[in-house]
Design a protein around this ligand. Structure first.
Ligand SMILES: C[S@@+](CC[C@H](N)C(=O)[O-])C[C@H]1O[C@@H](n2cnc3c(N)ncnc32)[C@H](O)[C@@H]1O
Length: 316
């Protein structure tokens, strides 16, 4: 079914234009802001999380680590009697269940989901309310690129809830230039008081393994909604995934010449052009260590068995 043209995506395409990689014209609109613009897109991500392949390799793999390490993390982080759990890019909120239950055994907890998408925030609030443990903030913090995280964290820090525990899970950090986004998060943390838990996939020398969770029909369904909102039909583009430039690149190849039009603007695509729609960086452990040293006084890495993923607990 044809989607309504989304002017934000169209504008982004015009603003960024294309660059050449060899002879191929690459239209780079890889920005996670465009992935969750509508409730339908946000729901498509939650469906992706539940789809075979992605679920085991990404979602459940991290959840397993959270289950395993949360008791240790909880004893490290708790200072006093009450803590805000600030879930940055909360998604459906399922990854917060175990942290919340574990912390709730020892402290007063308040859950605060933050996301660009209202659909996600509503889902996360409902998920956590069901537990009936601790408080859930009523306000919807819809923020883009986690720009004003600092304001939110200081608003949440009150005389009861003095400490913030930030969770930045699900490889969300991998969709950003790591320094840009870490800077925003670190600014929101109080020295010696707050903690951050990052969850991400790691680099290795097996690119075919790295792209596996992305090279699936369910990813095409999710990313395809962006192309549909530009006016492409399904049979006019082909989904592809590769590992290049230290990152997974999800892209669409244009199968035949096409001109897209919106208000008074038009963009012409040639057969063979590619639209880069998503990137997910993979860092080596040694590089991540160097990065953590820049921002944090203390940090600890927790790995899964084959060292394809890490949770990093950080204190400023
Ligand atoms: C990969 S999902 C991870 C969801 C969840 N944390 C998990 O681990 O399952 C990324 C989440 O961050 C939000 N997000 C992505 N890019 C964002 C941006 N630029 N600004 C604000 N939120 C964003 C998405 O809406 C989505 O809920």
């Amino acid at each position: 079914m044809a989607e309504k043209i989304n002017d934000l995506i169209f504008k982004e395409l015009i603003k960024r234009g294309y660059s050449l990689r060899g002879n191929t014209r690459i239209w780079n609109i890889a920005d996670s802001k465009l992935w969750y613009l509508t409730p339908k897109q946000a729901q498509a991500y939650l469906d992706l999380e539940n789809s075979k392949g992605y679920r085991e390799l990404m979602f459940s793999a991290e959840l397993k680590m959270i289950n395993k390490y949360m008791p240790e993390i909880s004893s490290k982080i708790l200072h006093g009697g009450a803590v805000n759990i600030i879930d940055i890019g909360c998604g459906g909120g399922k990854k917060a269940v175990v942290p919340l239950e574990t912390l709730h055994k020892k402290a007063k907890v308040r859950y605060c989901p933050i996301d660009i998408s209202s659909h996600m925030i509503t889902e996360a609030i409902n998920e956590i309310r069901k537990l009936n443990k601790g408080e859930v903030v009523e306000f919807q913090w819809n923020i883009s690129d986690f720009d004003n995280l600092e304001n939110i964290s200081s608003l949440l820090r009150d005389s009861t809830y003095r400490q913030n525990f930030f969770m930045f899970l699900g490889d969300t950090i991998s969709n950003f230039e790591i320094h840009e986004v870490l800077y925003e998060v670190v600014e929101a943390m109080e020295e010696g008081q707050d903690y951050l838990l990052i969850g991400l996939s790691l680099a290795n020398n097996k690119p075919n393994e790295i792209i596996k969770p992305y090279n699936l029909e369910s990813n095409d369904k999710f990313f395809g909604l962006i192309l549909a909102q530009l006016g492409f039909e399904k049979d006019e583009v082909e989904f592809g995934v590769r590992f290049e430039n230290s990152r997974v690149e999800a892209f669409y190849t244009i199968k035949k010449d096409k001109t897209l039009e919106f208000s008074d603007k038009s963009v012409h695509f040639q057969k063979g052009d590619q639209i880069l729609i998503g990137v997910s960086y993979r860092h080596k452990i040694a590089d991540l260590e160097k990065i953590m040293k820049i921002y944090f006084e203390e940090y600890k890495f927790y790995f899964n068995e084959d060292k394809t993923r890490a949770l990093i607990l950080c204190k400023k």
